[in-house]
Every structure is written in structure tokens, then in C-alpha cells.
Design a protein. Structure first.
Lengths: 323, 323, 323
């Protein structure tokens, strides 16, 4: 096995170029041979806790665990359990049935590792920015925690994205990577966009971010990227174009524009003829991204989805190495 | 193992007498020894995708997979995921979150085999008759697909029914098999009735179908059966009586009659004293079928349910032989 | 393995001091070495059927089964299936889709063992007191059934509680155990309180029960306990204090008091300085029990939750010994 330089306690965000690189390489090893470390997790259990819906994340995490011999147990906290109280000191005389500190501690005592999905409210900025709900699980479970998308980040998606970029780039120069906002009708979290910027910059790529005015992301994630409000200019000579909607960060959770001209079609690629297009899925076709692009040769979306399995497998394997 | 004559790509319907016969025999082998092929599916995963509720199908498919060493992963798409868009070219600016072509392709890349339940709308006849939703999964997943009941057919149920008939018939003549409509208060799909007719005729049995006027099934499935509007006459000398409600096919999805006299009681069997009674379950007692029959010696319903495991095991085993 | 004196058919309630003792000892063996009997359940399947939400019970039962090599399959009957008809002879022309006698028989034919959660209505006293729904599963499944909490009892919780008491008591005298009612805003079942009384008395402990007037529990479970309406007096010299809300039993399912003074704080322990506090979880903080107590050194709630795994493992193991 590849030797990993930096033992992780939790997997919640981008940590370092070296670790990113090691995880990408380990994932590619697993993609070539999923059963390579079949016995590594034997006798161990990972609890996959969902506070929100999921398809790719739900299935790929279970498959990754099984590939390593772990037994995954899925808990749909929102549907099979009950509403969790998040506030310290709350008098619980309303709708919440159990405090997160109690639930997290119990789950921590049952499993060897937890993987947790906790979306933002998009109404309480301070709480969302502090990754409040997810952090409570980390704080009170007492065991290793993997983010299956928190209020601010979606690191397994971003690792899968970086694997996909590595597989699809053989040029000598750094690829030009563009993250473009796409239209949507609902208020969408910032996690995927934040994480994509964080990982792309962290892996020392050249990143341009383009969006309508008012859609500036949190600078914590975008520092080092070029911000270009003219989408057409941003796309020039692009090698990879990552499409994603997000709601406003400054005017928190608001929809400021649904400008359909931001949806990519072949017309947008006149000055970037060989650009590949990425999206984390689920994608709203012909709203965020056109059929033309999604069903054409530029699209890497299915490769990204497939790489979710090996991203998760690399991360779980890495964490197993430290317990 | 029994050698299977005809390699299948998908299991969606009745294919041939020979294949039907082989699947029945293989299922009976597994019933005698469920662990016979315990290693056959090792390292393989089957995704069980439910767009609708399920009890027998859900559990029996998982058990069948486990009997063959496969790892089943269940996804309640309707509850744990989100609403799928089915229309090609749709502008997805309403309630649907992901296009079936994207979801199916991802699931196809994650699993070795898919099993899918997709009920009809009973409002869009053309779409239902073309098995639109189920067919999209087959088209876009790119892997082997097993029907767990589509808009038009329920082939695992029908295979279990044929196994049950074989186990319960030792006569020299062909048994007389009757499919009778039973009353219901809701509009019910045609899938079980269609499939039962398709398999019963395909397995070269003598089939009589009886129902009130207006409840004629799609002739695609019933060609070769006797249609008899007089239930009492249809039941004469019956060896097996399959009870099922369905809504109208011509006046699509409508309830034309709830005539309680069609519900079978012992009185109905005066001219068929040794007839056995079958139903796929769930059954609405004392509406579709009387307690008297269900709790009496004629009833094969529990045997049918039990055979669901071995029907699924035979089918998965057969499909495994071709990948 | 420890030899168990008394083969059980089902695990639904306290049976005897000897069996209780053996289960506690077996659970402690498993706690020290969860993989001790890893092969005991190989090739067997347990169906975990939930008619109500669950966190600890859901996860701990699956883990216990896996520790013994069984394959657990979870079925959320209320969400993944449909509404069950409970009344014998019902004409099923309303909302219920399947009679429990049919569903239970099918599940019984699919699994080697069933584990079932079925809460009370709190509106039909006679039905609840007879454990009607749970008993139907026992009656019609035809296989071994474990209670995951019925209308009247929660025996796996009580076994975990007794394990926790044993681990936390090294005194020579019998510990003084107090069961105290705590306030709540919803009508809560009696099962945990009933079972705790039944097991505590059955294990030959000294039990005092305290609650506001009107909250008397069913004497079937409390005979032999001291009933003390003055909470402060009841708590004097207590070694273990079990906190639980329940609705009225006589004026069935009603909330008679929400008197906040019954919620335990450190002030309540002036005359019981070394008392430990127990609760089955989920607990409504600062309504049933104060943060001060739950987060302090008296609290055994996390130990109780952890012991749920080994309680279930001991019970499943015992039942496996008899099939």
C-alpha cells in the first residue's frame, strides 16, 4: 500500500497538497483493484448517518466500506429516527426529541467510524458558517468522522473531482480550471462550490471563478482564485469547467439571479474547444446545464460519480490506518 | 448446477417455455438447498431500487441475493432520494431533482446488477403500456436489470406462482387454471394479472380468465386464454384459482365495478371441490378474498410468498451466469 | 459458552431470576469480547421490523446480530411498506392494505428470527394492555420473536439497565433503586417504566417508585415495590435513580401533571450524595432531566446505551441456542 504521510483524525476538508495527492493516488489504486485491501476493515463498522436525502453519497460510501471489509449501517436520522436538538442548554419542550450531544455520543460508542451528512439551513448564516450541526457530531461522538457534506464543504465530492481531473489531464502546463455559477430555481448550499475551490487551489491548480454579481463565495475558500464576472471571458481557453449553482453568500441564502444565459451550451465553448465539463450531480437539465453538454463528449459527470466510490474508499482506508 | 439454455440480458418478462422450465427447476433446487451456490455471487453487488412500497419483494430479493453471496444494497428512491424526471429534453425547473438518465447511469456504474420496482401511474396509458419508467432504467443503466414489478408486469411473482403450481399438481392432465377478478376499492395496476396470464399461457397451461364486463385485460397478455364473463361457469372444475383485482384497461385506470359477489367464498367452489386458491399478497381480506378461503385448506398464498425467495434466487443466479 | 438453564421461545418480558442472571453474565462476556461467538448465527437471518421510529434499538440490534454472524435485514413497515390491519375478521375496505396475520406469516417464513417494535396507541387501553399488535406477530409468524419494545414492555432496555446496575454496584447490601416519574409535554408509553420495575423486582432488588398522584403504573409490574408520592423522601439514600416519564395508566394516556419540580437537579440529591442517575434515552433535556445531571458524574445514560448492544447479543445468542 501507498504510505500516507499525515495521519488524519477526521475527514472534513482539504488538509494539504501532500495528503490530497496521496488520497488521489490511493483512490486510483483502488479503482484499478477495488478488492486490494478487502481485509483491512474486517470486524469494523461504519455508521452512515443521513440528516438529508442522498443517492450517490449513500451508495458510494456503502460500496467503499464493503470494498474494505467494513460493515456499513445506514441510519436516516430524519426519517427512521427523530428531530435532534442542536442548542446547548435548550429546554426541550418543543419538537426536538433528542439532543445531538446524546445521540452523537451513543452513535460514537456503537461504531468504529461515522460518516455524516448535515446540510445547512441557509437561514442562519452564523450557524451554517461554523458548520454547527456537523461539528456537534465531531465533538460529541468521540470517534473518527467523515463528512458526507456539511453546511460548508463536500470534501468526498471534491476528492472525486480531483481524481477525475488527474485522469483527464496529460498536458504539461497546468490546466485552466473554471468554476461557473449556473442558474437554479431553489436556494442551493455553497458546500460543493466551496470545496471545489478549496481543493482545486490546494492542489495547486489555476482556478477562475465566474458568477453574476452578488454571488461572491466566502473568501475563506476562494482566496487565490481569479474572480471574473464575465462568464464568456472566464471560459476562454478553459480546460475544465465545473458548473454549479449556489445561492448568495453575502445576502445569505437568497436567489439574486436566474439568468438563463449562464446555462452552458456548445455556443459557450467557441473559445474553449477542448474544455471538459464537470458537475457533481444531481443536475437539473436544461436549467443548470444543457442536455447538449451533458450528453456530449465534454461531459465528465459520470466519471466523477464513479470516482465517488474510490474517493470514499481511499479516505476510509486512510482513517482505518490510524485506528 | 442445471445448465441454462438461453442466456438472459435482463429479467423483465416471460421469455420461453424452456427458460421458464429451467428457472422453475433451478428454484426448486434452491428451495431444497438455499446455500447450494453460496459463492456464486461473491464480491458482486445488486442495487435494489424502490420507487414504491414493498414487503415481500423487498425482503425476498435481499434474501435471494444473500443466498448467492451477493451484497444487496436497498435504495428507497422515493424516500431516501428525490423525485426523478422522466421526460427526455425536459427543462427541469419544477419539482424533479434528477433526470432518470443520470441516476440510472450512476447506479449502473456502481452495481453489478439492478433490481427495480416502478409502478404505473394508471393515468397515462401510453406511458404505462410502454413500461416507460422501468425501460428508462434498462436503457440508461447499462447493466443487467431485474423487474421487481413494472407498470405492465411482475415476472418474479409469476415465476413464484408457476413454481407453486408445479409443486401442487401431480395430475396427469393439464390443470385447469382460472384467473378471476376480485373486488377492490382502489384503482390497482394490471401487472400481476398480465404476468400471470403471460406465464401461465407461456408454460402451456389451460387458462380461463373471468371478470365483469369492462375489465378486459390487454390482449397482448391474454391471447390464448378463454375469456368467460360468468364467474360461476369459469370456476367449474378449476384446479387452481388465482384471485386478483385490477382496474379497467380500456377505460384506463377506472373502477367500473365493486360487485361483492365476485369475492370468493366456499359457496363458489361447489363445482370445483378440490380447487386451490392463489393470490400474490397483499390481499384485502373480506374485500378481494374471504377469510374463509384464505384461512382454509385451499389457500396457497403463503407457499407463493415463500417461493418468491427461490424465484428471485433462480433469476439472479441465471443472470450471474452471463456476466 | 455459559450454559443457559431455561430455553426461551420468545424474548418479550422478564422470565426468571436465573435467566436474568444468565443473560447479564453472557452480556458481560460479550462486552469483553464481542466476537466470542462470531460463527454462532452463520447463515441465519434476523428480520428487524419497525412500526415506529428508533435509533439505539435499531442500531444496537443490528450490531448484536452481526457480532453473532447473523445477517440482519431492517424493514420499516410504517414507511417502506404499508398500514397493517389488526382486527380479526375485518372487511378491509378502508386504509389498511395487508392483514397482520398474512404479513407476519410471510415474515416468519422468510427469517429465522424476528425482532419487532410496536408502540401502544395510548388511546385503546384494552388493546394496549394485551400487547395486541406485538402478540399478533408472535402468534402468526411461527418463529422466535424478540421485543424491540411493545405496548407494555421494553425488555432489551431493561436487560441493559440491569447489566449497568451490576457493573456499577459493588456494595455488600442491596442497592436502593428508585424509579422516578419526570415531566414531559407529550403522552408517553408505560413500557420502559413497566419493564424496569418488572426486571428490578425480578432480579430481587429493592425498588421504590415515586410519581405525582394519578400516575400509578399497572400493578402487574409494580407489585412488591414501595410507592412513595413524596419524591424527596423517595430519593433519600438512593443508590440508583431511574428517571422516566409516562402518561397516566388509570386515566389512560392522559397528561395529569407537568410539574417541573419533579425534574432532577443536584439539589434533589442532598440526601443521596452518591446516587447514580439512569435514563433509557432519548431524553428531553431540561424537561425530563437537567443538563446538570446528564452531563455530570452521576449519569449512567451512555453506559446504558452501550449495553444495549450486549443485551441484544446475549438474547439473540440465547435464542439461537434453541433453534
Amino acid at each position: 500500500m501507498a504510505k500516507l504521510s499525515q495521519p488524519l483524525q477526521h475527514f472534513t476538508k482539504f488538509e494539504s497538497f501532500d495528503l490530497g495527492n496521496e488520497l488521489i493516488e490511493l483512490a486510483l489504486l483502488y479503482k484499478a483493484n477495488p478488492a486490494l485491501d478487502k481485509a483491512k476493515g474486517e470486524g469494523k463498522r461504519i455508521g452512515c448517518i443521513f440528516l438529508n436525502p442522498s443517492l450517490r453519497t449513500r451508495v458510494s460510501t456503502q460500496l467503499a466500506a464493503l470494498n474494505l471489509g467494513l460493515e456499513p449501517i445506514v441510519l436516516n436520522m430524519d426519517k427512521e429516527g427523530w428531530a435532534l436538538e442542536m442548542q446547548e442548554g435548550a429546554i426541550m419542550n418543543k419538537g426536538t426529541v433528542e439532543h445531538i450531544k446524546d445521540a452523537a455520543a451513543v452513535l460514537g460508542s456503537y461504531f468504529d467510524m461515522l460518516a455524516i451528512r448535515a446540510f445547512p439551513s441557509l437561514t442562519n448564516k452564523e450557524e451554517d458558517v461554523s458548520d454547527f450541526v456537523f461539528s456537534q457530531f465531531v465533538k460529541y461522538s468521540g470517534i473518527q468522522v467523515i463528512s458526507l457534506e456539511s453546511a460548508t464543504r463536500h470534501p468526498l465530492q471534491s476528492l472525486a473531482d480531483q481524481i477525475t481531473i488527474r485522469e483527464n489531464w496529460s498536458g504539461k502546463k497546468k490546466p485552466k480550471i473554471v468554476l461557473t455559477w449556473g442558474p437554479h430555481i431553489k436556494a442551493i448550499p455553497h458546500a460543493v462550490a466551496n470545496s471545489f475551490a478549496e481543493w482545486t487551489l490546494g492542489m495547486d491548480h489555476d482556478l477562475t471563478i465566474t458568477h453574476p454579481s452578488g454571488y461572491e463565495l466566502d473568501e475563506e475558500f476562494t482566496k487565490g482564485a481569479k474572480i471574473e464576472y464575465n462568464q464568456s471571458k472566464a471560459l476562454e481557453d478553459a480546460d475544465f469547467v465545473y458548473v454549479k449553482n449556489w445561492s448568495a453568500f453575502n445576502d445569505y441564502g437568497k436567489i439574486i439571479s436566474t439568468d438563463a444565459s449562464w446555462m452552458l451550451t456548445e455556443d459557450h465553448f467557441k473559445k474553449a474547444p477542448s474544455a471538459k465539463v464537470m458537475h457533481c450531480l444531481p443536475v437539473r437539465r436544461n436549467l443548470e446545464l444543457s442536455d447538449e453538454i451533458l450528453d456530449g463528449k465534454r461531459s465528465l459527470v459520470q466519471e466523477q460519480a464513479k470516482n465517488r466510490v474510490y474517493a470514499a474508499q481511499a479516505v476510509i482506508s486512510h482513517l482505518l490506518g490510524t485506528i
